[in-house]
Each structure stands twice: as C-alpha cells, then as structure tokens.
Design a protein around this ligand. Structure first.
Ligand SMILES: C[S@@+](CC[C@H](N)C(=O)[O-])C[C@H]1O[C@@H](n2cnc3c(N)ncnc32)[C@H](O)[C@@H]1O
Length: 235
C-alpha cells in the first residue's frame, strides 16, 4: 500500500488519470503563489519522502516542484498525491477584474463555464506538460473526505503539505486530521503563516501547537524573508 500503483488502482481504477491529455504550458500566473520557494526543494531533499500528500494543489505549482525533486532523487515508487476540490474558494468568484493582481489571477484561474470551474483542466495539462503524469495522483475531494478515506485505509504519508482552505476552522481541522495520519518522526508543513491576508492560518497553527504542547518551526519565504512556512515534526 502507499506506492503509486496502489493509489492508481484504488482511486483511478488502475488507469492513468491523465490518459489522452495533451500537455499545456501553464498560464503566466503559475508563478504567482509560492510553490517555487526553496522550502520545497530543501524539504524533499532532506526528507526523501516516497509518499507525499498535498492538501490544496490549485494548478499544481508546488506539486510539480516536490514531485520533480522526488524524481530527480530517484526515489523508488515515489508519488505525490494531490487532494483538492479544484473549485477554489467561493470568495475567488467575486474577484473578477480586482485591482489586486493575485486576486484577479485567482478568479481567472477558476475558468468558470456554465457556473462551474474548469481549474482541474489547467492542473492536469500542467502535469502532462512537466511529464510528471506517472508520479502525481489527483485526489478530487474535500480535505476532510480525503482524510477519512485515507484513515480507513491506513495511509501513512512520509510528508504532508497543507495549503488548502485558509480559514482558521478548516486549517485547524486539516492540521488535526493530517497530523493523525503522519507517522512519528515525519514532517507536516504548510503555507502562509504570518501573512496578514491569511490570519486564519496563523491563528490555527498557534492554537494547534498550544493545544498539544508541541514545537513548530518556520522556513522563510525566498523573496520577502518572513517566516511563511510552518513545520511540525511528529514526536
Ligand atoms: C492556495 S491554493 C493551493 C496552491 C498550491 N499549493 C501551490 O502552491 O501551487 C488552495 C487550493 O485549495 C483548494 N481547497 C480549498 N478548500 C479545500 C478543501 N476543503 N478541500 C480540498 N481542497 C480545498 C482550492 O480549490 C485551491 O486549489
């Protein structure tokens, strides 16, 4: 269990979920979130995880970064499992033409057609474009649904990255659930600590470590040099 064939067999009926798709260069806003930060390279190089679970993938920037390093390191049967609804946040729907560029870009990334987002299509084509279709497994579900599914099958990821819904309530829930799946000695990390736009993340992380009396560490953002990425190693 836990290798890429197991994931494909269970979630994708043994098929390649990217079958028949033409790769497509991701849009310009590909670089607008922090998925390229050196934290991903450093963490994957030091942890050498076979099985990564990412909660919140969007168009795939951080997943491509982590999976590429797994591939470069030649980790046998490596897999990056991407949990996402590919629906964005409801708030994004109100950001059409917003003067704040990243907000406008999040709206654009939804690619709404007949009321429904086509975000998954951008993600899937980006994975094929980067020739990572063998190594990345999409898990279209809410983070809570995916957690329950993994818990029932005793999935124990080697590395977990949390970057889904940034509200305090959901970030706390994701931290609690995915920490439960994490084996002792392994690392869980996440984005957007100490960012005023995403105050819910900071509050959830602070509360989670206080409630459990555990230690949190931070990794800096490459550009802005603030402690953006939180990290918790399970005892
Ligand atoms: C900030 S984006 C992820 C960015 C990505 N990790 C990167 O760095 O390239 C957040 C993503 O979380 C997803 N999301 C929001 N709430 C979710 C939930 N409850 N369960 C699963 N995915 C969720 C959204 O659809 C969106 O794609």
């Amino acid at each position: 269990m836990g290798d890429r064939n197991w994931w494909k067999a269970t979630l994708h009926q043994g098929k390649n979920p990217f079958d028949g798709l033409e790769g497509e260069k991701p849009p310009g806003y590909w670089q607008s979130v922090g998925g390229w930060n050196s934290v991903f390279r450093d963490v994957v190089q030091s942890e050498k995880p076979r099985e990564i679970v990412e909660v919140g993938t969007w168009i795939g920037r951080s997943a491509v970064e982590m999976s590429s390093i797994q591939r470069k390191l030649g980790i046998d049967e490596s897999v990056t499992v991407c949990v996402d609804t590919w629906l964005g946040y409801p708030d994004w729907r109100e950001w059409e033409g917003d003067r704040v560029i990243w907000k406008h870009q999040f709206f654009e990334s939804l690619r709404i057609e007949n009321g429904f987002p086509r975000l998954y299509d951008t993600f899937a084509k980006a994975i094929v474009f980067h020739e990572l279709e063998e190594f990345i497994v999409p898990f279209p579900a809410t983070s809570t649904q995916a957690y329950k599914w993994m818990k029932a099958r005793d999935v124990r990821p080697d590395l977990i990255y949390i970057d889904g819904d940034h509200s305090e309530i959901q970030t706390y829930e994701d931290m609690k659930n995915y920490y439960d799946l994490l084996p002792s000695g392994k690392l869980m990390f996440g984005d957007d600590y100490d960012d005023p736009t995403w105050g819910g993340v900071t509050r959830a992380v602070d509360r989670f470590v206080k409630d459990r009396g555990i230690v949190v560490d931070f990794f800096k953002d490459d550009n802005r040099k603030y402690k953006r990425y939180w990290m918790i190693r399970k005892n």
